[in-house]
Structure formats: C-alpha cells, structure tokens
Design a protein around this ligand. Structure first.
Ligand SMILES: C[S@@+](CC[C@H](N)C(=O)[O-])C[C@H]1O[C@@H](n2cnc3c(N)ncnc32)[C@H](O)[C@@H]1O
Length: 358
C-alpha cells in the first residue's frame, strides 16, 4: 500500500499555522459534505459513516487520524498525519497519508497511478492555475467570504461605510420600517440601520458571514428585531409583501441573474416599498474597489444598464442617482490616503439604483 505526502511552508508560527490550517480544513471539508469534529477526541464523518478518528492531537505540533478502510474493501485502516514543524521563515506543514491505496483496485498497478494523477495531482495543479485560483480568491475575499481575514474585514468594512451612509440617507428609515438586506456580509450596515429603531431581516449565502452578522447584532436578534438567514438571493425565504424597504450593496456585480434577484426583492416588498441598490460602476474596474482577479469576475453597469435592471425586475418607479461619496467617507473615518477613491469623477459619482414597488 502506498504513502503520499504534500507540504507547504507558511509564514506563521506553528501555533498560528495549526489553528489556521485546522479551521480552514474543517470549513473546506464541510463543503464537500465531510464533517470534521476537530479536537483530541475528534473524528470525521461522511453522511452516516465514520471515516476517520483522531488518534493524536498536539496543538501547534500536529495531529493524526486513523482513516477507515472503505466498506467494500474492509481491511487495515490507513493513517493520516498532519505535522507542523518550525523552519526558517515560518512553519512547514506536511500532510502524509500512509498505507492507503489498496482499495483503488483493478488488476494493473497503473490504477493507483491513475488515481493519484487524476485525483491528487490534477486538482492540485488546477487549483494553482490562474482560472481556479482567481475564482478561489474572488470567493474567499468577496463572492462568498470565509476565513479569519474575511470575518475581520466584513465585521468592520471601513471602505464600505460611505456607501452604507448614502443608502441609509436614501432609505430614511423610521421605527415602523421593516428592512430586508440582501447579501448582508458581516452585518455592519444592519447595525447602522437598526439604530433607526426599525426591524430587519437579512440573507447571505456565506455561512460565516451569517455568523458574523448575527454575532455583531446579537442584541437585536435576541430582542426579535432581526433575523439573519443563510440562503441565496435568487430565492428569498420570505412571503410576498413582507417588508417596507430593501437594501443591497457590494454584490450586484457578482449576480449571474441580477433581474431575478431584484424581482425577488420586489416580490417581498409591500406595495409602495422602496429599494436602494449600490451599483457596480464601470469606473471601479481595476481600482482598489474592484481589483483583479475579482474585477474580471464582476459585471459592471453604467447608468442606463442599471436602470434597465430595475425596470426588467418590474419596479414601478426606477431611477439611478450618482453620489459624490468623499464627504460620506470623511464622516465614516476613512483614512485620508483613501479619500480620493470616493470623490466623484468628471461624469458623476457612485451609482445607486432607487426603486419603488408600484
Ligand atoms: C463584497 S461582500 C459585501 C457584503 C456587504 N453587503 C458589505 O457591503 O459589506 C458580498 C456579499 O454577498 C454575498 N453573496 C454573493 N452572492 C450571493 C447570493 N447569490 N446570495 C446571497 N448572498 C450572496 C457574499 O457571501 C458576501 O457576503
């Protein structure tokens, strides 16, 4: 039976590397349907099957798992070891899987080569090639954020506050309003919105963002003034005519079917309900607001295209306004060096779609 090994040097101390790798491994495995209960008594399950059991766990040093043989070829379990070793410049992290491979089967010895090339090497090389790496960076940072850095960024997104302030000015929330925020990220705008005394609900498809938004607004959640749901913007989990107003920011350009999302927002608004959506301006392309590789995965809308989205979604009144956000940025405490990014260009400032349900 074969052994295989992958390793990388991370510019982190062993304890930090251990924490970061274990957390990210748990999240990534969960996406593939594997549940990793991390810790000295931990285990790994796939549906109803236990496929791995933690047999060693030393914080900052390593862990080992006994990996069950597959049910169709019961035999000796193999072992997975994850080691963290301090080296010059950081920590070498090494994953070794020992004694695995018999169950690949087939008469010829090339079967294991086929499995290794196809299931380990090719995904690994694909992940490091530009297209998949660009997608990973886009998802991790913005399209479906996760990880410690994303949690910190969206918990307090300093460069988004100017936009939030414009939107809140436009919404002019009152205590009797019921706001829905679509793609709420870490809930920073909800926090500001709730100061008006309104009630709110929000949705995001990133489980980590839902957690951050819920924790950031836990008093409002506990008081029954806010619910934050995990889900997709194309199918909002609320009945028709629930809300008096809606907000969506930082996501329009990522949506593959923006009209469907806007139509969903319209559906859950009461008659006369108002919506404010921050645009994805073509002028943002390549700036710190939309750098590569994210920029080439975004759709940008000029004023006419943005207005057309609102009309196609069925809103009665639709207009696009442009706002110089420099003063909003100053008021929000954006650092001086970044203020020029918020200043209106020659042909106008940032675009916002204002729509009302007829
Ligand atoms: C760039 S972040 C902006 C977050 C927040 N609105 C802000 O401005 O700080 C984009 C957010 O949209 C969410 N998102 C993207 N596509 C979504 C979809 N189809 N349904 C629900 N949430 C989505 C992401 O998970 C992420 O939290």
């Amino acid at each position: 039976m074969a052994d295989f090994q992958v390793s990388i040097v991370l510019a982190l101390a062993p304890t930090a590397a251990f924490k970061a790798v274990v957390e990210n491994l748990r999240t990534a495995l969960a996406r593939s349907g594997l549940v990793f209960e991390a810790g000295p008594q931990g285990h790994l399950t796939e549906g109803p099957h236990r496929i791995g059991k933690v047999t060693g766990w030393t914080q900052g040093k390593g862990l080992s798992l006994e990996w069950s043989a597959p049910p169709w070829d019961p035999g000796r379990p193999s072992t997975v070891e994850l080691r963290f070793r301090a080296v010059k410049g950081g920590t070498r992290v090494t994953l070794t899987h020992r004694g695995w491979g018999r169950a690949v089967g087939g008469g010829g010895k090339a079967e294991l080569a086929g499995w290794f090339a196809g299931e380990v090497m090719a995904p690994l090389l694909t992940a490091t090639a530009p297209a998949a790496l660009g997608d990973w960076i886009t998802d991790r940072r913005a399209r479906r954020p996760w990880g410690a850095e994303a949690r910190a960024t969206y918990g307090d997104p300093i460069f988004h506050y100017p936009g939030f302030r414009v939107m809140l000015d436009e919404l002019a929330l009152r205590t009797d309003d019921y706001l829905v925020e679509v793609a709420c990220g870490g809930g920073a705008m909800l926090k500001l919105a709730l100061k008006s005394g309104c009630r709110a609900a929000a949705i995001d498809h990133s489980p980590e963002m839902v957690r951050v938004a819920t924790e950031a607004n836990q008093d409002a959640v506990a008081a029954g003034r806010l619910e934050v749901r995990e889900g997709d913007a194309t199918s909002l989990p609320w009945p028709d005519a629930t809300f008096t107003c809606a907000a969506m920011t930082g996501v329009l350009g990522f949506l593959s079917d923006p009209v469907r999302v806007l139509a969903e927002i319209r559906r859950v608004l009461k008659s006369g309900g108002r919506a404010v959506v921050m645009g994805t301006d073509p002028e943002m392309r390549g700036t710190p607001a939309a750098p590569e590789p994210i920029a080439s995965r975004l759709r940008f809308y000029d004023s006419a295209a943005l207005e057309a989205l609102g009309r196609k979604a069925g809103f009665g009144e639709v207009k696009v306004v442009r706002r110089d956000m420099e003063q909003y940025a100053r008021d929000a405490g954006v650092p001086e060096f970044a203020l020029p990014l918020f200043k209106a260009g020659k042909d106008g400032g940032a675009r916002f779609l204002l729509a009302r349900k007829g």
